[in-house]
Design a binder for this molecule. Sequence first.
Ligand code: NAG
Ligand code: NAG
Ligand code: NAG
Ligand code: NAG
Ligand code: NAG
Ligand code: NAG
Length: 678
Amino acid sequence: MAYFYCVLGVWIFLLHGHVTGYPKRKTSESEGIRNCTVSPPHLPPTVTNTSERLSALRQLMHTHNITAYIIPTTDAHMSEYIAERDKRLSWMSGFTGSSGTGVVTLQKAALFTDSRYWVQAERQMDCNWELHKSGLITSIGEWILKEVPGGEKIGLDPYLTSIDDWENFNQALQDSNMILTPIEGNLVDQVWGTQRPPPPTSEIYQLPDNFTGSTWQEKVSNILQQMENHAKKPTAVLLSGLEETAWLFNLRGDDIPHTPVFYAYTLLIKGNISLFVDRQRLSEKALQSLTAQCPGSLCVQVESYEHAGAGVTSYAQQDSVRIWIGTEYTTLGLYQSIPQEKLLEENYSPVMITKAAKNSKEQEMLQAAHVRDAVAVIRYLVWLEKNVPTGSVNEVSGAHYVDHLRGEELFCQGPSFETISASGLNAALAHYSPSNTTSRTLSVNEMYLLDSGGQYLDGTTDITRTVHWGEPTPFQKEAYTRVLMGNVDLSRLTFPSKTSGRMVEAIARRALWEVGLNYGHGTGHGIGNFLSVHEWPVGFQTSNIPLEKGMFTSIEPGYYQDGEFGIRLEDVVVVVEAETKHQVSETPYLTFKVVSLVPYDRNLIDVQLLSREQIQYLNSYYETIRKHVGPELKGRQLHEEYSWLQEHTEPFSHAPLMVASLGTLVMSTLASTLLTGA
Ligand SMILES: *[C@@H]1O[C@H](CO)[C@@H](O)[C@H](O)[C@H]1NC(C)=O
Ligand SMILES: *[C@@H]1O[C@H](CO)[C@@H](O)[C@H](O)[C@H]1NC(C)=O
Ligand SMILES: *[C@@H]1O[C@H](CO)[C@@H](O)[C@H](O)[C@H]1NC(C)=O
Ligand SMILES: *[C@@H]1O[C@H](CO)[C@@H](O)[C@H](O)[C@H]1NC(C)=O
Ligand SMILES: *[C@@H]1O[C@H](CO)[C@@H](O)[C@H](O)[C@H]1NC(C)=O
Ligand SMILES: *[C@@H]1O[C@H](CO)[C@@H](O)[C@H](O)[C@H]1NC(C)=O
């Protein structure tokens, strides 16, 4: 799934506003959005009246002697996706977008968010809220300086604030008399009161042994060993990220939509492993597994979730302890409860780093999940081919159907994120997910983009395909082919071990850059074994860790033409050893192996643009698809899908140059010249 660059703790869209991508819908849009300049204001039915909750919040702000209160969109575990009960900004403002920051002063309320969400904010917020079209902390700081000048206290919840954001806010407010003040006890929660969704009560269960890469005891022993070996001699590891605890103990839950994690913290001390979680929710088997070896060195003490802060504080008060944390997932609240000299700070905890490179069992499972996932996607593409021409499919019904097809696959537990099913100009919004009000009917005259994935007990999947069933324009074909070239070029790259993803990601953009095109989102993200669909810290961003054998990442270049169409081609790949002509390095060079197994749309490929190497690569990828998916389709009597697969994985070859138009010939020559670096 496409995602956006994380800068200063907020996700920003790099290109200019995609809101301008809706010229054809201008009329209906201005009816659907608020107008605060007329009297009385025009408010569409989609807005929330926030007058009462804002005045209640301001009351509390008075009590705490603060003149502004900052409301973020994350939870106490720095999760990317959050549960309903953590959607504090949504509840306070009406705005349901997944990225943004709210600031409430005694007079005003402001939402700061990036261009993906501007229209949505105008549809959902009432006139109590100003919209600020930037999500950057520097802009938020500037606004606060302007609105509440003087030596006042600015409040925030330390358990919802990352260490980085805290530092950046302090930076933004420096040279002023403002004091950034952590306020214990979230003020929005106090206003929300009994209307706030209650804590989850669903069962936390153990993954069956044959779905795990190793036992939790092996994983814990490995981490304890890493502590032992570390030069700074940490005595404990604190885990705040929800995936960290879920992975370490081979437990799963469903506290966050589409992500099988549960609220918990772990404090791993040699001889005393504490799991802070709602004990009632642990299945009998899970509890049994955690406590089977008690008392003993591999005995887990189950402590209450609420006790985590106090548990860490009291451990940190002991002599000669040192707590190893990953700063990216630790909140300011926990961080400040540990004296500086007792901290061992790294960007990511040893659990995050260890989890990032999958062992052979985990690799096998993740690949097996992708074979079944390919079956679901291929069934959907075949179905679309038959049903789109009759005009009977829209974005919403299509999304439901592909979710349903995945649901029929073995071990599927549901989608891994909300399916992005986008036709025509809707696909130009990279993060679009369809709703009844925006849903377009799929048509042979439009390009269609499907970005979807599944949660299977053995692995999480994520794939994007873009198709056109009619006559694409030459520009659409060229853009699609260049996106494909980018995907292929990065996928077939050979590189030294420990190369950072950031260093090679431009390779996915080269074919687009050559002709003045680009895309405004990241190039790829890690993915879990029945965990998060965005599994950091693997990926191609600056903050990601170097690529190593066994890591899985998506590769997903795209191209978006405002108001017209959107293209993205996303595959999951695994980092494997490369066969190089020379072996002078001690560590083997690496390359990627694609594990997503669905052919691209031939109708959109201009073969003349492809180099010989790219064609060779595609043909060998198609052979792999035939080899792995073919028998699966056959075995399940999916004859129509099997024929479709054979037809769509026919090898490519360059058409004789005689028939190529002069323009294509020139372009093709140019492309291959540049690609071979001649
Ligand atoms: C609000 O309404 C006024 C008066 O009809 C109009 O001039 C203005 O363009 C509208 N603003 C927006 C944002 O639609
Ligand atoms: C919002 O609700 C308050 C009372 O809770 C009411 O006084 C006010 O008129 C409402 N505003 C709008 C625009 O409906
Ligand atoms: C409120 O904070 C200001 C400084 O920000 C201080 O001067 C004032 O005494 C405080 N008032 C109370 C009631 O704490
Ligand atoms: C694990 O065992 C269960 C029950 O025996 C079986 O149904 C399932 O296929 C196994 N899982 C894997 C990944 O082999
Ligand atoms: C283990 O750690 C927890 C949390 O820090 C603490 O409450 C408990 O008393 C410790 N138990 C032992 C036996 O040290
Ligand atoms: C969208 O439309 C479908 C079919 O008309 C309906 O079943 C569904 O409830 C609608 N969803 C929403 C959120 O309105």
